[in-house]
Write a protein that binds this ligand. Sequence first.
Ligand SMILES: Nc1ncnc2c1ncn2[C@@H]1O[C@H](COP(=O)(O)OP(=O)(O)OP(=O)(O)O)[C@@H](O)[C@H]1O
Length: 657
Amino acid sequence: MCDVNESASTSFISLSSSEESLNDENCDICDNVEFFYTPHFSNFRLTFQPETIRVYLRIKNGYDLKDLYEIEGNTLVSKVPPGSNFLRNIKEGDSLKKIHAFTKIFEPQTTQRDIFNDVVKPKIFDFINGQNSTLLTYGASGSGKTFTVIGTDEEPGIVPRSLEYLFRTLPQLMSDPAAKPSPAGNVTLLSDSDCKKEKLLCRNLLNSSSAVGDRMQHVRIYKAMQQRLSSEPVAFLEDCNDLSIGVWISFAEIYNEQIYDLLRANPSKKEQRPRLRLGMSKGQVYIKNLTCVNVRSGEEAYQILQYGLNNLNYAPTRVNEHSSRSHSIFTIKLVQVSKSDGGCFVSSFNFCDLAGSERSKKTLNVGDRLRESNNINTSLLVLGRCISAVRNAQKAHDNKLVPFRESKLTQLFQKALSGGEDIAMIVTINPSREMFDESQHVLNFSAVASEISIETATKQKETVRDVLKNKTCTEEDFEYTSEELQNMILLLRDELEIQRNEYETNLKIEREYLRKGYEEIYQDHENYVQERIKFAEERVRRQYEDEIEAYKDKIKELENRSEVIELSSDEESEAKETRRRVTNLRRTLDEGFGRYRAAEEKCRQLEIENIQLKERIFELENELEAFRQHHASVISEEIEGSETYGENGVAFNLWDD
Ligand SMILES: Nc1ncnc2c1ncn2[C@@H]1O[C@H](COP(=O)(O)OP(=O)(O)OP(=O)(O)O)[C@@H](O)[C@H]1O
């Protein structure tokens, strides 16, 4: 059944005989020798393999597991610790253990090589056989998603390993590709001048990659990896002289719900990065106008990957100093054209490194980071809702609406997420106590995902003649069915709606940010003023403290002195006597003063009485005068009336003496 390449086998066996290197990850030699036979490309199968989404768990290295987790085969048992939010949902009598099953659990010590061999390698054969595959990494921020997908220089992740594996497996590639895949999933045959353009595009990117980083360093790193992987067994493809195979790569990111091309040079600071839109063709959603570069070696592909990574949005947060702020999608496309019968097909392999879910309380994000964080969490929430809706719909055998359109990510992977295409997930957790609650969310998500059934079918080949017919058509010129057009309208509407929502959300976030900013400024100012007051109080206090102290000393001194005085009895009796005399004098003075006051009062009263009496006298004098005058006039009238009023007849006056 197995057709084995003799020379490869010999060289491998001789290498694997080195005992020393058997357990050495750097040497990447396995004692379990496997050789794979890939069926001839022309024997395309059309088989349906119903199964559920494969969900792998990778536990981050460097933490002690045993207090919180136990691994029993492919099952993870989590022991809910005191203080966990999950305790709230656990009723009395319920177990404090949570159990999650996986396709496979990769323990902390698992190497990058193990992950690649177990998860990716089998998919690469299906990929070569024409199957589309998507691999998602899902987990909280800092749990090891990017480490798994990209890895480090010393420990390359699944993408660099896949590139190397693919180029080692594929036969000698033609220097000029025969056809180019379009983002919509079709192919366009390439003329000589088209080929030149494609080569130029690749060369430009390679040259630009030297401008943004040390190109030679990337080459060195890749060559070192190549060296380490050179003893790894690869599949042998038989009898493929008839085929023209081309490898194409693209790299996109979804940042703040906008799609960007990572293989396009970033514009100057003033200009905005062009945003890409989603399109739909034959029920498949794709990114319009996404750059697709033809690469002829793993080394070239790796340099272009690095170019894209350089354009990716990273930022430090409290939980990860190099945190991906976007979902990134690295795609390898394989275009196979049969020279004899014109048969051709395209298969694609998406490696999607999702941005990490994060709680702003933990990350302490503000401003841009908070906005990114909200967008990341929203799209992951939509992903979770879609997955759960698909699972429920599959269980109930109904066609309930799944909210794929609520985020770019779910729109793009709609087909795979609804079970129409091969998809697998690597969920990553950080097993520390601090991240327990986040890890439980991730594990619950993976439990739902693992229940989704997928039906994969390898494609039937198209014929080059069909392609040739469409040779002059551009992607935009396709004749769309009315259903496709309606879907496109829906997509555009959704995009508009999403943008509107995003705008409103951003506005809200900005407002909230500004409000918080002002509050902070106000609080800062308030604190500043309070501090100034305290400072001033302190200064005054200090200033008077000396004076107060001086007074205290004075008082003490006086007290001491009074004590001294008390000690002298003569002086004391003299003082007493003086005090007594003073008291008496004061009393006498007070009495005298009282008497003086009383006398003064009496005087004042007498003065008043005197004035009143004077007035009375004056009145009486007036009355007397009046009476006198009246009386005088009466007498004179009487004298005048009788000559003789006296006996002797002599007139007299009463008032005369
Ligand atoms: N299994 C592991 N072994 C050793 N180091 C690891 C492992 N997983 C992650 N790391 C290290 O932990 C740090 C954070 O990992 P990584 O950047 O992959 O997290 P992430 O999940 O992609 O986070 P984010 O969502 O914020 O981008 C990195 O320095 C990485 O090298």
